[in-house]
Design a protein around this ligand. Structure first.
Ligand SMILES: Cc1ncc(COP(=O)(O)O)c(C=O)c1O
Length: 382
């Protein structure tokens, strides 16, 4: 164990079982799924199987899921696709101020194209108020796009409640589930969503693959024109190897989610308790209970997150703020949650994985204690 990786919300390694499933498609099975000869048919079967695994995990039908290049493309396709296809109904989109740039930047782009976007505020925990969604709906509203779980603080948004509202008003609901899949249950009917985005590399599949759920009957303008791949939704010869990988990753989630959840929560809670015991003047961000089981956003008052990260030896996490010589750049999520600046600037995000061990957590705590104490001494010496 030479380093301790606690940044699984940024990306995950490929699960060994996923890698194993992909191997034959790297070395032997290189057919094009559109070809009618034997290698082509084998590749087509592999893609069909992966689609079934994906659909089963989500509680969706096989013809309601398409593969994409990742979370960013899925979000783009969902939001731009609805905007293009429902122009006759309206131009209004509702989203939240804590979405990933892969949603926020799409919305900003659509504002330049004549769209109107409402960015809902969140409470101190990063939670959207479902009533505010209802209040923001107008006859021109075509889409509500709210993430299932936040990548920085882990807060789980009230999608079920929002889903009831969007159904009642006949408005489409899109959920960015890049962070929730593999950590908490994600079922399209339970959530009441019409569109749902998945990012493969957050769920132990490779980078560069993702998926979009499109409820039967929903219309979308295409992003990628060409041949009729992905049931006509997305043109381009299939990324068979990675589709197989994502399919396997989904099967693992479907069969082991309870166990993954339990392991991650045990390790995250150990880290959280250790931080609580060792350090004063800290603040845990995100909802106390409605939070991803693996995510811990901790703010160290008066500290500089990027300095801590630089000093940590062999422990990898991510920063919620970047301190420059003349200013501090705080993440838009912490800003939207109105985390006080003296805390926000010292915010670290730790995110554990399904295979994180107690020893790793304990060693990370020791190393963190060393760095924080050093910083505190340096500060008092100034
Ligand atoms: C919530 C959320 N949405 C979307 C994305 C983008 O996914 P991808 O990296 O697959 O494009 C990420 C990745 O950081 C994310 O955390």
């Amino acid at each position: 164990m030479d380093h301790i990786y606690l940044d699984y919300n940024a990306t995950t390694p490929i699960d060994p079982q996923v890698a194993e499933a992909m191997l034959p498609y790297i070395h032997e099975q290189y057919g094009n799924p559109s070809s009618t000869h034997v290698p082509g048919v084998a590749a087509k079967q592999a893609v069909d199987n992966a689609r079934r695994q994906l659909a089963e995990m989500l509680g969706a039908k096989e013809d309601e899921v398409i593969f994409t290049s990742g979370g960013t493309e899925s979000n783009n396709h969902a939001i731009k696709g609805v905007f293009g296809a429902y122009r006759e109904k309206g131009n209004h989109i509702i989203t939240s101020s804590v979405e990933h740039p892969a949603v926020l930047e799409v919305c900003r782009y659509l504002e330049e194209q004549g769209g109107r976007v409402t960015y809902l505020s969140v409470d101190e925990f990063g939670m959207v108020d479902a009533q505010q969604v209802a209040d923001a709906i107008t006859p021109e509203t075509i889409l509500v796009s709210i993430m299932h779980a936040n990548n920085e603080v882990g807060t789980i948004e009230p999608l079920e409640e929002i889903g009831k509202i969007t159904r009642e008003w006949g408005v489409l609901l899109h959920a960015d589930c890049a962070q929730s899949v593999g950590k908490i249950p994600v079922n399209v009917d339970d959530l009441g969503v019409d569109l749902l985005s998945i990012a493969g590399h957050k769920v132990y599949a490779p980078k560069g693959i993702g998926a979009l759920y499109i409820r039967a009957g929903v219309r979308l303008e295409k992003l990628m024109h060409g041949a009729s791949h992905e049931m006509g939704w997305r043109a381009g010869t299939e990324n068979v190897i990675e589709m197989v990988g994502l399919g396997k990753a989904c099967e693992l989630v479907k069969n082991n989610l309870t166990e993954y959840h339990r392991r991650m929560q045990t390790m995250r809670d150990r880290l959280e308790a250790g931080i609580g015991e060792r350090f004063e003047h800290i603040r845990i961000n995100g909802h106390p209970t409605k939070r991803l089981p693996n995510t811990l956003s901790a703010s160290f008052r008066g500290m500089k997150a990027n300095v801590i990260l630089d000093e940590l030896q062999g422990v990898y996490a991510s920063a919620g703020a970047a301190c420059h010589s003349d200013h501090v750049e705080v993440s838009s999520v912490l800003e939207a949650m109105q985390v006080p600046m003296e805390y926000a600037m010292g915010t670290l995000r730790f995110s554990v994985g399904r295979y994180t061990t107690e020893q790793e957590i304990d060693r990370a705590l020791e190393e963190l204690a060393r760095v924080i104490q050093k910083q505190a001494v340096q500060k008092t010496a100034l």
